[in-house]
Design a protein. Structure first.
Length: 322
């Protein structure tokens, strides 16, 4: 199976390539800014980037919160580095994470320059290409062509960003059809915004898409190390949805969905709800009423475009329980 390092919700972004090579063979610089004005923010981030990267980058990896207008910041990057620079990125939730720490309401750039790296960008507009699998195929084929490679020449690594929430696995299947299984590590994540309100976007070269997929294929002889850590872990538990409406799950295997899920996670849902009730009610009577209404946690809600955030009937948002 192809190695897929895919974060469904990119609250923060940290890209740290571990490349074992002569320092003169690859040059990297990064910069960030939280200035309110988009053009000024790009200017400050670029100045920081240039402190370590003295030459023009071939690749720019861009992550930005939604307080900035993407078209404006990409236009400014192209103005500084030229339209031939290959821009890859997406919007993030709340802030960005760099080697300097977490920066709320900001943008960050990572610049890469090397004569021993070839790269290509591919982007699919999913308002036009409705099938997620075909969108994945189209994007990777564009990236291969943009890099001047053939389909037989596999990338060393692939970066992927999606702003079509819920379609990630099918998109990856489309990419796999071209690259094959188990041959290329894929890093990436879904774009995000601050309040889960559909303002997320992806960036590819000079394009900005509200719903689509962008990939950056990197070809090199360099050895690249990779590691993955997530707050969510796969388990052997599974069930059949027997009652639902939209993204609201009422029943699993004919039982209240919340009750089943609570069993799967060792009673943590019940403890979380009882803690919430105790914290936000002021009398024993009100606590009793809340418990009667909530027990046995009749259903689970996965709000539209929320990328599987779990919300209980109490509207208490729970993350990373499993």
């Amino acid at each position: 199976m192809i190695k897929k390092y895919f974060l469904i919700f990119s609250f923060l972004f940290l890209f740290v390539p571990i490349i074992f090579s002569n320092q003169e063979e690859i040059l990297i610089g990064n910069g960030w800014s939280s200035k309110e004005n988009g053009r000024e923010a790009v200017g400050e981030a670029v100045n920081k980037l240039k402190e370590n990267l003295k030459v023009k980058p071939d690749i720019i990896i861009l992550y930005s919160t939604v307080k900035y207008e993407p078209d404006e910041i990409i236009k400014e990057i192209n103005k500084i580095f030229g339209r031939e620079v290959k821009i890859f990125g997406e919007t993030s939730c709340s802030g960005v994470l760099t080697n300097d720490g977490f920066h709320k309401g900001s943008l960050a750039l990572l610049g890469i320059s090397s004569k021993k790296i070839s790269s290509g960008i591919g982007i699919s507009d999913m308002e036009k290409i409705k099938d997620p699998k075909e969108a994945g195929r189209t994007a990777i084929l564009q990236a291969i062509k943009d890099a001047g490679k053939s389909e037989k020449e596999l990338p060393t690594v692939l970066l992927l960003a999606s702003s079509s929430i819920g379609d990630e696995e099918e998109i990856l299947e489309g990419v796999e059809e071209v690259l094959g299984k188990g041959k290329v590590p894929i890093y990436g994540g879904a774009s995000a915004d601050d309040k889960i309100e559909g303002r997320w976007k992806i960036f590819g070269k000079d394009k900005v898409l509200k719903r689509g997929v962008v990939v950056l294929a990197i070809y090199s002889d360099f050895k690249i190390g990779h590691s993955f850590l997530s707050g969510f872990n796969p388990t052997d538990y599974k069930g059949k949805i027997t009652s639902c409406k939209g993204r609201i799950i009422y029943e699993l295997d004919g039982r209240p969905a919340g009750e089943v899920y609570n069993e799967w996670i060792g009673g943590k849902l019940k403890k979380e709800l009882e803690s919430f009730i105790s914290k936000y009610t002021s009398s024993n009577k009100s606590r009793s009423s809340w418990k009667e209404n909530l027990s046995p946690w009749r259903y689970l809600i996965f709000p539209p475009h929320s990328s599987q955030i779990l919300s209980t009937r109490s509207s208490k948002i729970l993350r990373g329980l499993c």
